[in-house]
Write a protein that binds this ligand. Sequence first.
Ligand SMILES: C[S@@+](CC[C@H](N)C(=O)[O-])C[C@H]1O[C@@H](n2cnc3c(N)ncnc32)[C@H](O)[C@@H]1O
Length: 277
Amino acid sequence: MAISHAPPKDWDDVDAWDEFHRHRLELRKPIEIAKREISHYLRYLRAFAPMDRVWFPGCGISLFPAVLATFGLNVVATDTAEVAIEFQQRALDLLPKGGSWLDQAAREVEPMPMRHDAPKFGASLQDFRDEPAGQNFDAVLNIRALQGLTGHSLESACECHFLALKPGGFAVFETQNVQGERRETLEQALLDAGFVIPLVESERWYRHAAQATGIEHAFVLGNPIPIGEQRNDDEAREVLRGLFEEYQTLRELEFERTKPLLEHSNTKIAQLIYNTG
Ligand SMILES: C[S@@+](CC[C@H](N)C(=O)[O-])C[C@H]1O[C@@H](n2cnc3c(N)ncnc32)[C@H](O)[C@@H]1O
């Protein structure tokens, strides 16, 4: 039987996720993923420090949850796939010991709480379309584990993530190659669940304005660039670039207008990261 390299088409198919993880383990991916994620997330971790309890829903076979536990956070990692949870239960032992890239990263995340007692790390089977894996988490880090859900599954998952957070907490949703309407769907499901998404309106404006140009494009690092037949078309590039100034103005205005809500102690913030590649 051919082993699947790609995530399942149906994200609710647990057996397919098991198969996906088994294959990735054969490719020895976990360490690479953890290194990339640390550098990627440093700014979030710093911005929201001090924090303590963190939930990793849909943790898969990433070592990142275990890494954060060694940095002093109290970490819960969950997934519906058994292969993922069996892996997580060994994760602390798989991390490199002394003098490695891990020590370097640990120094960089200060002022995170750097405790030196035994890491607090739990991993268990859990479906995030049901009840949350606990409540009052300071942070929820959903790394590429939301984008493939649709309809009622997406709605329930967003509600579950919202309930898991303490008031004033934040959730990060990292996505891969999610463009256009799919971004609207994800963002709307999070807003409907009660999350506040910083600068959501100006980002929407930017997407709609780019769409209205009729130029085939993709958003890369936050800005639209031409793709397909217009990939090397300087005029198309200029038209899309021309939207930036108005977008910046709208962002600044939205930031000022929404600042009280963003800073309110009851607000639960969802931050979306759109990766491409
Ligand atoms: C693309 S993988 C990402 C895994 C990991 N976060 C990473 O970055 O490597 C998506 C993960 O979500 C998990 N997942 C999908 N639906 C889920 C659900 N309803 N509840 C919990 N986990 C789920 C899958 O088993 C899979 O491990």
